[in-house]
Structure formats: structure tokens, C-alpha cells
Design a protein around this ligand. Structure first.
Ligand code: ADP
Ligand code: MG
Length: 548
């Protein structure tokens, strides 16, 4: 018996997996709509339908070059999932959507996207599992809980076969008993005439899961396939030769623009709005057919010359940073001159860590929080090594890529340390996140790696309070000094509190060793505070000791 609960759970998991991802060959998930007795997944609209139907419908015009191109695109999508250790679990031509048709006149290849897996086989009734032979791999027929990354490779092999055979259903004439026998006797699908492709399919459909190649290797194999003459002879139409050039194959990941054209940036959603600027989710769609990738775009709202100069500096800084825990710079976009400068970065589907924590509180145990803390330390250590001071480290400026990875964002206040000094003095106090500031930043406007470490202590506090508004740093400090304080008086009282050694309290349920780490970050003397490198190590050690 399969409970309604597990089906619903699986539906949410499927939706959640897709919304964690942003890749041009993965279907974009806008979100889910939960109604009383009906759940709807809101996805982007795809014009040309499922790949299996499309193949059948266009059997006479689709040639081998088309099929190979589509197979490679699917392999890229699955490579992306493999890199993130995410199992799709239901790869088949029916779950691949055609989002753009080929245009032979202009040499534009077709474009596909892998859709969500739907309800997982691990919760499906056995009849459905058996019906899915030969997409579902033999090991999962024995025990569906063995579903692993290797399953996607097997199913990719089956899907390759479908694509090659023009959308024909493999083993269509078999009933369940015959299908089971097929697996028991370790049979293979009828081999395509094209032997090189047949051997790629066979390598995917290896009965030993561990022998199946990685998607990176499969992409390499597909790229090295040369279309045999007899395949080209049956082509009903000729294809522009540049389309077939071997050098072009699989190159689409490396040909990313860094100059984005404003007219192709399509607004999708407002992600955040600050005092001086805003961040928008956009699709960069130069082919104007919704196949472009999704990016995050930061721009100034009302820009004075000074804001513009700071923004240009922020862009330069982000451009110079490459680290797995720092948001990735993609490029810039100018429209109508310098005043309309925009920063294009990778889009991180879960937004800011602050919102993510408070919305998903029940999903996190301490080990997740420590994982994020450790990643933040690693990103900050890299920053410190480059002599940058972030100056605005707070969970609102940390972005969430997936449940397993966070990245530092918002370098709007970042400064480079002068060669001869270990601190930077700012002249403009302006909009300051004062409750994250070290005492020397409040009193002397001095910023250093050590003052970033202080802010990291506050981030730790935010993590272990799950960014709950009620006990946010501003709420707690304001309560302590009396809510009636305003303007400069707040800074004055804050300095006074810190001088009297008042510190944010230990969050509820926070392990003592974490709280003591916070307190070390809040040492009055900057030189007494730990370094990010040591913090990362300590956090990792605590995590190991907790999980061990
Ligand atoms: P500001 O200078 O306005 O504080 P931020 O860079 O902190 O700008 O971005 C503001 C908000 O926009 C963030 O808190 C986050 O919710 C969202 N955001 C920013 N960059 C991205 C991104 N690359 N992907 C997804 N969301 C983002
Ligand atoms: Mg910010």
C-alpha cells in the first residue's frame, strides 16, 4: 500500500529538487501551489511537448545529427545533476521536453529540457515499477530503495535508444512477466545499426551499476561519435556543414557571454530591494525563445556619481573572486551608457540564508547549520587572503544554492586593505549594519579581517536562532537599551553596551562549544579574535564530533 502522505511527500521532493537547480537544459520550476486537495507545480511553459511524441510526429524530418545533439543536451543536464549528487530517478524521452525546434536555414540546433521526475519509484506500487522496465534499472526492480545515481545512467541508455529509434517504445510488445525475464536473463535492447552508438547504450545499460560511466565520460563519448555515412544517406534533408563541425560539439558550456545585451534580459521576478539598488531574477534569452539561462541581475535604483563609483568597484571585486562559497560573477550589461550599469551573476534558487533559515527551520539540524558556518568561513578565509574586508557579513547577504551549499554575496561595502595597514577607515558612516559591527568599527570606523570575524560571530548567532525575527541582533540589542532610543543615540548606547561586555545571549538549544566560539569572535581586542582559517577548522571538528 502506498500512502497518500508518501505520494505527496514525493511530489514535494520532486518539485523541490527541480527548484534547487538552474541549468539551461533543466525545466525551470517557478514554485508549487498548495491547495486543499490538489497540488500544482508551476513550471515554465514548453511549446513543442514531450520528446517521445515529438520524435514520432517528426520521424520524416529528424535526422541523426538532430538526435545526437539532443542526446548531448540531455547528457549535460544529467551531468549537472550528477555533479550536485542529485538523482533524477525517472529519465525517459517522455520526461524530456522540446523547447525549441531546429532551424536548418540558420543552423540553429533544437533545444530540450529535462523535466521533473514526478512521483518517485521508491513510493510507487510495484506494477508501475515493472511497467517502467526497461527504463528502471534491474537493481531497482529487485529493490526500489537501491535507487542511486547509477539508475539515471541506465535510464539514459534506454532514452538514447528511444531517441535513436525515433520515439519507438522499447519492449512495447512485452507483458510484465516477459519484461522480468528479460532482466533475469540479462538481455540487451536490440542494438542499433550504428555500432559506436550501440556501445555507448550498452555501457549505460550495464547490469553492474558500478560499471556504468559518469555523464562526463558519456558526454566525451557522444562528442567523439562520427556520424557514419549510411546514417547520413538516409537523411531526408541536408544540414548546414557548420552544424556538424566536430569542434562545435559540446562547446556550449564554455561559450558564455560576459557582455550581456539589455534587450535580451527578460525580467522574471524581483528578488531583493535595498536602499540603493535592486536584484532581479532574469532570463538571458538571446534566441528569444525561452531557452536562455536564468541569472540574477543587480542594478542601482537612483544613482549618484558616488553610488555608481562604488557599484563599479563592487563589480570589479566580484569579478576577481573565484571560490565555491562566493557567488559567481557572470558579466555586466550596459544600456544607454554607464548610468545603466548592471551586474549579472549566477542565480541562486533559494535566495538569502536569512529567509531560507526562517522558512525551513524544521528541516535543519545542527550539523546543517555547522556546514553553512564552515562554508562561510572558507569563503571568508579566501577573501581575507586577497586582502578584502567584506564589512557586511550577515545572513541576509549569504545566498543559498542548495541544501548543501551557501555562498557569500553582496560585496557592496567590501574594501581592499591598503598594503601597509591591516585595517581600513571609512569616511562615510551612512547606512551601517551596526548590530553586526565590532566596537572599533563603531567608535573609530576601523574595518579589518578581525572586524569581519566579529560579524561572523553574529552570523553564527543568526544561524543558531534560525534568523528568527523575535531574537534577531537588532531586536535583542534594542530591547536591551530600551526601544525609545533613536538615531545616533542608538550607536552611542550600543557602544556603551559592548564596552560593558554585554553580548548577544546563547541561542536556545545552542551547544556550549558554539556559543563559546561566538564569544571568541566578540573579543574586545581585534588581535584576540580567531582567524577564519582556525574558525573553519574548529567548526569542522565540532561537526565531526557531533556526527561521530
Ligand atoms: P543589497 O545591496 O540590496 O543588499 P544584495 O546583493 O544583498 O543587495 O541582494 C539583495 C537580496 O536579493 C538578497 O538578500 C537575496 O535575497 C537576493 N539575491 C541577491 N543576489 C542573488 C542571487 N545571485 N541569486 C538569488 N537571489 C539573490
Ligand atoms: Mg545585502
Amino acid at each position: 500500500m502506498v500512502s497518500v502522505f508518501s505520494l505527496r511527500q514525493s511530489f514535494f521532493e520532486s518539485a523541490s529538487m527541480m527548484s534547487q537547480l538552474s541549468h539551461k537544459h533543466l525545466l525551470l520550476n517557478y514554485g508549487i501551489c498548495v491547495c486543499t486537495d490538489e497540488h500544482i507545480m508551476v513550471q515554465e511553459y514548453v511549446r513543442f511537448g514531450s520528446l517521445d511524441t515529438y520524435l514520432k510526429r517528426n520521424r520524416n524530418t529528424i535526422n541523426i545529427t538532430w538526435k545526437l545533439e539532443v542526446a548531448k543536451q540531455l547528457a549535460w543536464a544529467l551531468h549537472h545533476l550528477e555533479e550536485k549528487s542529485l538523482i533524477h530517478g525517472n529519465v525517459c524521452a517522455r520526461n524530456v521536453l522540446v523547447t525549441r525546434e531546429e532551424d536548418r536555414k540558420t543552423g540553429t540546433p533544437p533545444f530540450i529540457k529535462l523535466s521533473d521526475p514526478g512521483i518517485s519509484i521508491t513510493v510507487q506500487p510495484r506494477e508501475i515499477l515493472l511497467e517502467r522496465i526497461p527504463w528502471v534499472p534491474p537493481e531497482c526492480v529487485k529493490d526500489s530503495r537501491t535507487l542511486s545515481l547509477a539508475a539515471d545512467k541506465w535510464s539514459f541508455g534506454t532514452t538514447l535508444w528511444e531517441i535513436y529509434c525515433g520515439g519507438e517504445q522499447p519492449l512495447a510488445a512485452y507483458d510484465t512477466a516477459k519484461k522480468l525475464l528479460f532482466y533475469e536473463d540479462k538481455h540487451q535492447l536490440p542494438a542499433p545499426k550504428w555500432t559506436e552508438l550501440a556501445s555507448v547504450i550498452n555501457s549505460c545499460m550495464d547490469y553492474e551499476p558500478l560499471h556504468r560511466p559518469s555523464f562526463r565520460a558519456l558526454i566525451r563519448d557522444l562528442n567523439s561519435l562520427y556520424t557514419p555515412d549510411y546514417e547520413l544517406l538516409v537523411e531526408s534533408d541536408t544540414v548546414p556543414s557548420r552544424h556538424r563541425a566536430p569542434g562545435l560539439a559540446g562547446a556550449f558550456e564554455s561559450q558564455e557571454p560576459t557582455q550581456f545585451q539589455a534587450r535580451h534580459l527578460i525580467f522574471l521576478q524581483l528578488l531583493g530591494k535595498g536602499n540603493f539598488g535592486s536584484v532581479e531574477k532574469c532570463r538571458y534569452d538571446p534566441l528569444q525563445d525561452n531557452t536562455g539561462e536564468v541569472v540574477a541581475v543587480k542594478k542601482l535604483q537612483h544613482s549618484t556619481a558616488e553610488h555608481l563609483r562604488d557599484f563599479e568597484r563592487e563589480i570589479e571585486i566580484l569579478r576577481s573572486l573565484q571560490h565555491e562559497n562566493i557567488v559567481r560573477y557572470k558579466g555586466v550589461c550596459y544600456s544607454a551608457g554607464r548610468n545603466n550599469l548592471r551586474l549579472v551573476m549566477e542565480f541562486l534558487p533559494f535566495g538569502s540564508l536569512r529567509d531560507y533559515l526562517s522558512k525551513n527551520r524544521e528541516r535543519f539540524d545542527h550539523s546543517k547549520l555547522l556546514l553553512y558556518a564552515s562554508q562561510i568561513c572558507k569563503g571568508m578565509d579566501y577573501l581575507a587572503e586577497k586582502r578584502y574586508v567584506h564589512r557586511d557579513l550577515a545572513t541576509r547577504n549569504i545566498l543559498v544554492e542548495s541544501e548543501f551549499r551557501v555562498k557569500i554575496g553582496d560585496f557592496g561595502l567590501t574594501k581592499v586593505l591598503p598594503q601597509d595597514k591591516e585595517y581600513y577607515t571609512v569616511r562615510e558612516p551612512g547606512e551601517s549594519p551596526i548590530f553586526w559591527y565590532a566596537p572599533e568599527s563603531l567608535t573609530e570606523s576601523k574595518f579589518s579581517v578581525a572586524s569581519d570575524v566579529w560579524s561572523f560571530g553574529v552570523v553564527l548567532y543568526e544561524l543558531f536562532t534560525y534568523s528568527e525575527k523575535r531574537c534577531s541582533p537588532p531586536a535583542v540589542f534594542m530591547e536591551q537599551m530600551g526601544e525609545d532610543k533613536q538615531g545616533q543615540m542608538i550607536v552611542y548606547h550600543l557602544i556603551d553596551l559592548l564596552k560593558r561586555n554585554y553580548r548577544l545571549p546563547a541561542p536556545e538549544g545552542c551547544p556550549a562549544e558554539i556559543h563559546s566560539l561566538m564569544k571568541r569572535c566578540w573579543a574586545p581586542e581585534p588581535s584576540d579574535r580567531p582567524l577564519f582559517r582556525d574558525l573553519a577548522r574548529t567548526v569542522d571538528d565540532i561537526q565531526d564530533s557531533q556526527s561521530g
